[in-house]
Ligand binder design. Structure first.
Ligand SMILES: Cc1cc2nc3c(=O)[nH]c(=O)nc-3n(C[C@H](O)[C@H](O)[C@H](O)COP(=O)(O)OP(=O)(O)OC[C@H]3O[C@@H](n4cnc5c(N)ncnc54)[C@H](O)[C@@H]3O)c2cc1C
Length: 526
């Protein structure tokens, strides 16, 4: 072995990979970097599954960031396209092209420029997301609902509740009837808990600052104005997307890590940490890992970067204070199931002015707000990247998303039964006909959402216990139990790499990433 310091990284998702990449790139002469990843594939929640020529993105991952460092790193790994993609050519769509960027028709290592279209499906009709106050919205809601919503909104403007829960947050912002229509049922579907029992932090992090009054004025004056610039600009939302889905970027990063001398053990799980002593501030000197054949060994380390769930880190780390341990072990999560469904055609029509291949609806994803079904969201991968679909001219490849809890009745259903249930829901909603289904697959993801209820209110104790360990750096979404997007997770990875390379263990800023308002993304999805 050389005289470099050993940095162990647990988890090869966006956070762990970025930490390893940055360390090797900037200080590879001083550090050995070893990653351990439980699964065979890298990318964590942002991996892309491959099924008979079609690719599934587990969630629909937009690449969008306000951070230059993140955008530059994405560009370094997969440059933005310099020529139109297959569907843009066919539809004669004009998109911004990067000078000297690669041609997606000729190369795979390329990031595409995509327009964001997502709507809400409610009352078997389409509503804008985020909800916009325009005549079509009123027409879809009907007169009685519209009047009730207006009165509720006005009432909420005059009487603000103290914000103790997510329910209070929503009602203050939208009024009770709109909250009941668009947020109450969906939030409960997502979290499995009524919004009155969820901390308001999540809403503040995820809901775009909407001014209903502004939107209302906009709608009322629209007929008298020449051109509605405000509405148009709000529709021109875009994001980047790797040609073959988000996992492609993380696989590229893993390749570069290996090229720079990093070691990546896949199908290798963190089991426990070894500490140098029994006091609260004893450093971690190694971790015990287990491979797919259940063989265990201990890897020594000078630093540990962890992006695994806090509950698992506490379960495997001795010497942590009992109160924090109990709170961490009880941290709540929401799990996630996706059905990849290949169909010949959709029953819902494209009535928008957007052109699509086969004239399918233009949405990348659709929020399903209907209360008579379990499905939460529907991805249409054809609209994310035509290269995700084997035959984008004659088939529609979708992801049907369900929120659940590991071990509950959905999670434990046999795949075939679950797929049957998922198909029957889309038929019930009028989105497909059963005889249009060509193929299907079911995937499960544990701990997809760190939840802001239960022992989440003891995060300060949990964090303090971890900060006592001088060579431990917690990063990422579940690694910090924070509702991070990929870019936030990457920023935590970059910050951990910086601290280690500078010999600092002041982790105060590390815990602040995405906790500060300036990091929040507008117009976020759930
Ligand atoms: C439905 C959905 C939609 C999303 N949409 C977007 C979006 O549009 N844009 C966006 O930017 N983000 C989106 N996200 C968020 C994005 O997926 C995460 O922010 C990102 O993947 C977090 O990266 P991470 O590395 O922090 O964690 P993860 O992706 O969870 O990676 C952690 C890794 O650690 C590994 N691991 C865990 N325990 C162990 C162990 N004991 N031993 C070894 N390895 C272990 C896991 O296998 C995993 O690979 C979405 C998430 C979901 C669920």
């Amino acid at each position: 072995m050389n005289d470099k310091k050993n940095v162990l990284v647990v988890g090869a998702g966006p956070a762990g990979l970025t930490a390893a990449y940055e360390l090797l790139k900037n200080a590879g002469d001083r550090f050995n970097v070893i990653l351990v990843e439980e699964h065979r594939q890298v990318g964590g929640l942002s991996k892309t599954l491959y099924y008979k020529g079609n690719r599934i993105d587990l969630g629909g991952h937009r690449f969008f960031s306000k951070s230059n460092a993140v955008n530059e790193l994405w560009e370094e790994l997969l440059p933005m396209q310099g020529a139109p993609s297959w569907d843009d050519r066919k539809l004669e769509r004009t998109i911004p092209l990067s000078p000297n960027g690669p041609d997606p028709e000729k190369t795979d290592a390329v990031m595409l420029y995509r327009n964001r279209v997502s709507r809400i499906y409610f009352l078997r009709k389409f509503f804008d997301y985020p909800i916009s106050i325009k005549w079509q919205t009123f027409a879809n809601m009907g007169l009685a609902r519209t009047i009730r919503s207006g009165i509720g909104y006005l009432a909420s403007s005059f009487h603000k509740r103290p914000v103790r829960s997510l329910e209070d947050f929503y009602i203050n912002r939208f009024g009770k009837p709109l909250y009941a229509m668009f947020f109450e049922g969906y939030t409960e579907k997502l979290w499995g808990v009524h919004p009155s029992h969820i901390a308001p932090d999540w809403g503040a992090q995820r809901v775009k600052e909407l001014s209903l009054m502004g939107a209302l004025l906009n709608a009322l004056t629209k007929p008298f104005r020449k051109k509605d610039v405000r509405v148009e600009t709000s529709l021109i939302e875009s994001f980047s997307y790797p040609k073959h889905g988000p996992g492609q970027l993380w696989e590229t990063m893993a390749e570069r890590i290996r090229e720079m001398g990093g070691i990546l053990f896949t199908e290798t799980r963190f089991v426990s940490a070894v500490r140098s002593g029994e006091s609260a501030d004893s450093p971690i000197t190694g971790i015990t890992v287990e491979d797919a054949d259940h063989n265990r060994r201990t890897l020594p380390c000078d630093y540990l970067i962890s992006s695994m769930p806090l509950s698992d880190l506490f379960a495997g780390t001795p010497g942590l204070p009992e109160k924090a341990r109990k709170a961490a072990l009880a941290l709540p999560y929401r799990d996630f199931m996706t059905v990849g469904l290949l169909v010949r055609r959709l029953e819902i029509q494209n009535t928008t002015s957007r052109k699509t291949i086969g004239n399918i609806v233009p949405d990348c994803w659709i929020y399903i707000q209907e209360n008579d079904v379990k499905i939460g969201r529907l991805q249409i991968f054809n609209n994310w990247s035509p290269y995700m679909v084997k035959d984008p001219e004659n088939t529609v490849w979708m992801g049907l998303e369900f929120f659940c809890r590991e071990g509950d009745s959905m999670w434990t259903m046999k795949d075939a039964d679950f797929i049957k249930m998922a198909i029957s829901e889309l038929v019930k909603l009028g989105i497909i006909r059963e005889d249009a289904v060509l193929d299907s697959i079911c995937a499960r993801e544990k701990k997809a959402y760190p939840a802001y209820f239960g022992t989440y209110d003891q995060m300060d104790d949990i964090r303090a216990a971890l900060d006592d360990i001088p060579n431990l750096y917690c990063i990422g979404r579940n690694g910090q139990h924070r509702y991070n997007n990929m870019d936030h997770s990457m920023l935590t990875g970059m910050e951990a790499a910086r601290l280690i390379s500078e010999g600092s263990n002041d982790r105060s800023h590390l815990w602040q990433i995405n906790a500060e308002e300036s990091y929040h993304e507008e117009g976020s999805s759930f």
